[in-house]
Design a protein around this ligand. Sequence first.
Ligand SMILES: CC1=C(/C=C/C(C)=C/C=C/C(C)=C/C=O)C(C)(C)CCC1
Ligand SMILES: [Fe+2]
Length: 347
Amino acid sequence: MDREIVVTPASETRARAATLALVTAAAAVVVGLTLVTVFESLPLSVQFVPLVASVLLVGLPHGAVDHLVIPRTRGEPATLRWIAAIGLLYLVLGGAYLVLWFLEPTAAFVGFLFLTVVHWGQGDVYALVELVGVDHLRTRFDRLLALFVRGGTPIVVPLVAFPDQYAFVAGTIVGAFDSDAAPALAAAFDPMVRGAIGAVFVTLVIASLVRGFRRADSIRSWLIDVTELGSLVVFFASVPPILAIGLYFSLWHSVRHVLRAMLVDDRASAAIERGDVRAASVRFARDAAPLTAGAVVIVAGLALLVPRTPTTVPEGVAVYLVTLAALTLPHAVVVSALDREQRLWSV
Ligand SMILES: CC1=C(/C=C/C(C)=C/C=C/C(C)=C/C=O)C(C)(C)CCC1
Ligand SMILES: [Fe+2]
């Protein structure tokens, strides 16, 4: 296999990063499952806490270094040209997607769910292949199957397990733009439709498990994959989705991407190598601070622009999620470029 990665962190550094990723992911699962086990019902105000916290802690910031990651991967300085190119990408794609939200909010929302599946899935494929170092995702097809299964879990499992809360959030998001969009969305919550989506998903999960087991040389790395996936499914099947997605977004998806950004940064990578996670985090926080602040300004601006001005926490979070959608489209393009640089899909 022809692998030419300019910045290739030592395998020990990757192993440290994998441990950090697994520990924070496990923390998300344990916190979520503990909360639902200990408390009979969790007030919505508590369920929203992790999602609101993600504005400043790891969630939103994880994409705020997109202007730095590609030049760093190539071992080039992050010149003004690079920054302008990524800025333009965000402006054009994010801006066009925001316009779509105003024109066709239901379609924009459905698109957001698909985008999330692909983007969260691609992040997990990176972690499995490059951090954990699994050997059973050999072909592009294996990786694509893993992408849909991993990215699909946070979006499909709650649709089956928690349709009411799902419908509430979907209705609040689309309702910010169109107060009578409910009928168009209602179809997705029909038990038959949910059953069919669930059945397709379960088939994919089983296919990926069986295929992975057959192809694995090392049972250890397959077991890590299965344990992660199993925990993820149980987590999203038992924890109400507002809480579950809040925990997952920061502690699972974003932490993995932050580690990826650190590994392409010589200084942060050296800090992780010597076990100094603090130094690596401080450096990341400095890199991410300006554009995180920029993104917060966009959330506030959008809150003023949407036809229905948010007045409650769920409505405020809805505007935040629409901003995340608009930012995630160009972010997923940058991450795909990073996947390409790191030859994640050329197998
Ligand atoms: C909160 C929430 C939902 C959607 C969240 C989404 C889609 C978040 C995507 C975030 C991204 C893509 C962040 C960037 O990486 C659902 C599923 C409607 C169910 C109810 C709770
Ligand atoms: Fe991301």
